[in-house]
Design a protein around this ligand. Structure first.
Ligand code: NCD
Ligand code: ZN
Length: 406
């Protein structure tokens, strides 16, 4: 048992958390527990891309970042676009310690959506390459009562220019490609009565639009909230490193986005954990630099840091990165995250559990430390500096996380 202060409904109450072992460990007041994080947009790769990440390393990265539930994306190699491959994936993930949900890829024959439903898959992921048949997809998903998670960029508005640094990516994939897609899919969702979720939204106008209907939800990433096309590139020693889909935007747009997190209009945060090896990522060539970076081990820290700095309250952190994504993933939370509010963490990608040991947030100091994660009565993650505090609760299943504190 652990006796700890627990944040519930805006209040801190002392509760006992069930963990294996008979002794009761009294945690000090600077340690608080909150519902563990849920990240509805991650790429755990594996299969033909296991050099970037595999289910095991990805789930360890999740635990290290305080995440107990993930929604995994189907753009694997080979891509998951039918129930047979989806079943193989679910079986491969069945031994993971975290809660795992798969978003199915759009099948060539939309009748196969029924096969997804019978596997318990409740959502499909739509990529820009599926955009041509978006109306058919939205109709079919509505009939099968599935949520459509949309990477919303209209490819007909893309350009193909080459430039000297990653800022060209924002020219090639402009904000209006996102806005145009959003207008169309929102209209189609309202016409066909579908439930849609727009993921990694970077356009503040879209956040204002989705207030139209409670069947439309959105998420935003920490990189689009905290980095812009100029600030990112100033911090990394590679002209194309900051390439990500959708692109980082201007400072003005980013601040408008951040304002919407602070005023409560952003209901979900997701990492879009998109691991690539450092060798693949640090590439001084536009076309050869894959988009995206790992986020499972930085998102929760950066979000909690906004709380510690007074920009949002702790209840919002829990809503956007636990309660609301859990609703979309249809998972009941069974995990708690322990946080030391008086300690801090410097983001050090060399200590990541992910195979992608780089981050645009490298060197950022966050005013919080993730020290333990309890799930199903077991201590699944512990910060190495706190091992003594949890002595007796550590088992073979516990991931000991090295963490650089300041
Ligand atoms: C994604 C990935 O690496 O899987 N990358 C990203 O920048 N979000 C794929 C993609 O959405 O283009
Ligand atoms: Zn993604």
């Amino acid at each position: 048992m652990i006796s700890v202060r627990y944040f519930k409904d805006g209040e801190l109450i002392r509760i006992k958390l069930k963990v294996r072992g008979s002794t009761v460990i009294e945690l000090p007041d600077n340690v608080i527990a909150i519902p563990a994080f849920a990240d509805m947009h991650v790429h755990l790769r594996d299969w033909g891309e296991s050099h970037k990440e595999d289910l095991n390393s990805g789930s360890r990265a999740a635990l290290a970042g305080g995440v107990a539930t993930v929604g995994d994306m189907p753009n694997t190699k080979p891509p998951i676009r039918d129930p047979d491959l989806a079943l193989r994936r679910i079986k491969d993930a069945s031994s993971l310690k975290i809660n795992y949900r798969l978003h199915g890829g759009v099948p060539t024959d939309l009748n196969l959506l029924k096969g997804y439903v019978s596997l318990g898959i409740r959502s499909i992921k739509v990529y820009p390459e599926d955009y041509r048949v978006i109306e058919e997809i939205i109709k079919a998903a509505a009939v099968n009562n599935m949520t459509i998670i949309i990477h919303c960029e209209d490819p007909s508005l893309f350009r193909n220019l080459n430039g000297n640094d990653s800022r060209i990516h924002g020219v090639n994939r402009p904000l209006d490609a996102e806005f145009s897609c959003a207008l169309r899919v929102i209209q189609l969702a309202l016409i066909h009565g579908a439930r849609i979720h727009l993921t990694h939204v970077t356009d503040p106008r879209i956040i204002d639009l989705v207030k139209l209907s409670n069947r439309i939800t959105i998420d935003v990433t920490m990189h689009h909230l905290l980095l812009d096309e100029d600030s990112c590139i100033e911090h990394v020693n590679d002209p194309f490193y900051c390439k990500v889909n959708p692109p980082l935007r201007s400072r003005l747009i980013r601040l408008e986005l951040l304002r919407r997190l602070i005023n409560g209009s952003v209901s979900i945060i997701a990492s879009d954990h998109a691991p690539h090896t450092s060798g693949e990522k640090f590439h001084s060539n536009y076309d050869n630099t894959p988009p995206g970076f790992p986020g499972l081990e930085t998102t929760g820290l950066l979000l909690l840091d906004l709380w510690r700095r007074g920009l949002i309250d702790l209840g919002r952190v829990i809503d956007v990165y636990s309660i609301n994504p859990l609703k979309i993933l249809e998972v009941n939370n069974d995990a708690q995250l322990l946080i030391d509010t008086k300690s801090s963490t410097v983001i050090d990608p060399s200590l990541f559990m992910s195979k992608a040991k780089h981050s645009p947030f490298s060197g950022w100091a966050t005013m919080v430390r993730l020290i333990g994660l309890i799930k199903g009565g077991e201590l699944l993650m512990v910060d190495s500096d706190y091992e003594k505090m949890f002595a007796g609760l550590i088992s073979n299943n516990t991931l000991i996380k090295l963490s650089r504190s300041i």
